[in-house]
Design a protein around this ligand. Structure first.
Ligand SMILES: [Fe+2]
Length: 333
């Protein structure tokens, strides 16, 4: 008999969902603004993660004999939030490409399953347009059950098909486009199609066709020590001393009025001017806007000078998405 013990912590039991750093560089999209994408990520995706965690805490805390209506309501909310989290992660990670450049490999698959690429596109875009003014998701989905691709509409976050894996997700909730396009869903759908990252679709399709799970699409730099926003939050809650450094570029910080509570902003281009202010006795947590490179570069510079520095995966945007506290930025700093 195996003597391996399965030890579950409270966190395991409640299956707390962590925020995934935004996978797309939101300032690079063609006709979709940074403001729109970041608002969508922090408020709607972040909101779904926070709801899911709250619902799971409630489920874990239910007493034996809890009324059926309470269990049903919570399980319904859990399913909806799980769908929203998963679909939003797919959505952000399938943006950032050149939508018109469909790789030959995907062209061949679309031709096989839909007759032609234009027939696939006509049905996919038509399904999206049918949701204008309403809400839902349009998904290019691989049905494991039928071993084929098909386009589906999910009328809410919980309607993804049984035994199928979405390989391309289009969010048709108004929050996905209203800031940029008002009620003009057609212009939004055009912009989405221009920005589809077919490399992401290819990777997903390769995985599900081979009966593997969808790839983990976290863009974080694994070569450098880092911490998640949840880990930082837990450290701060325990009263551990951490120097939190906001290293967003001057051109970015000049457009915002707030920063992570407890952080200080320092210009990432002038490390030598302020590095002497930091204590060598306490770890440093460095963040930038989204965690792509600025925070990493400052972290590298600090580590080279002997500091115990880590960068915060997903940057301040992930912190806000997780519901982290924000403070007003002092004038000039
Ligand atoms: Fe959304």
């Amino acid at each position: 008999m195996s003597n391996i013990k399965l030890v579950l912590t409270r966190k395991d039991i409640t299956m707390q969902q962590e925020i995934t750093p935004i996978p797309v560089r939101p300032w690079t999209l063609n006709g979709l603004s940074e403001r729109l994408i970041v608002s969508h990520y922090e408020n709607n995706y972040g909101g779904a993660v926070r709801t899911l965690n709250a619902v799971r805490r409630e489920l874990a805390g239910l007493e034996a004999g809890a009324p059926g209506y309470r269990i049903r309501a919570l399980k319904r909310e859990e399913l909806t939030a799980m769908g929203s989290v998963a679909l939003h992660e797919l959505y952000f990670a399938n943006l950032g490409g050149e939508g018109n450049k469909i790789p030959d490999q995907i062209r061949a698959v679309l031709e096989e399953h839909f007759g032609s690429v234009s027939a696939w596109r006509r049905e996919f875009v038509g399904a999206a347009q049918s949701l204008a003014g309403g809400s839902g998701w349009v998904l290019l989905t691989y049905s494991r059950r039928d071993r084929r691709l098909w386009n589906q509409i999910a009328f809410d976050h919980s309607q993804a098909a049984v035994d199928a894996a979405p390989v391309l997700a289009l969010d048709m909730y108004e929050h996905a486009y209203h800031l940029d396009f008002g009620a003009n869903a057609t212009a939004y759908i055009d912009a989405f199609m221009r920005n589809v990252d077919w490399a992401a679709v290819t990777g997903r399709l390769a995985a599900v066709s081979a009966d593997r799970s969808l790839p983990h699409e976290d863009p974080s730099d694994k070569s450098l020590p880092s911490l998640s926003v949840e880990e930082l939050s837990a450290q701060l809650a325990k009263g551990e001393r951490v120097q939190v450094l906001d290293a967003r570029p001057r051109h970015h910080i000049s457009r915002v009025t707030d920063l992570m509570e407890g952080a200080i902003w320092r210009d990432p281009d002038r490390v030598e001017e302020w590095i002497g202010e930091l204590s060598t006795d306490e770890p440093v947590a460095v963040y930038c806007a989204y965690g792509f490179h600025v925070g990493c570069n400052v972290t590298k510079a600090l580590r080279e000078r002997g500091f115990d520095a880590r960068y915060i995966r997903g940057g301040v945007s992930a912190w806000y998405a997780a519901g982290g506290a924000r403070a007003m930025r002092p004038a000039g700093g």
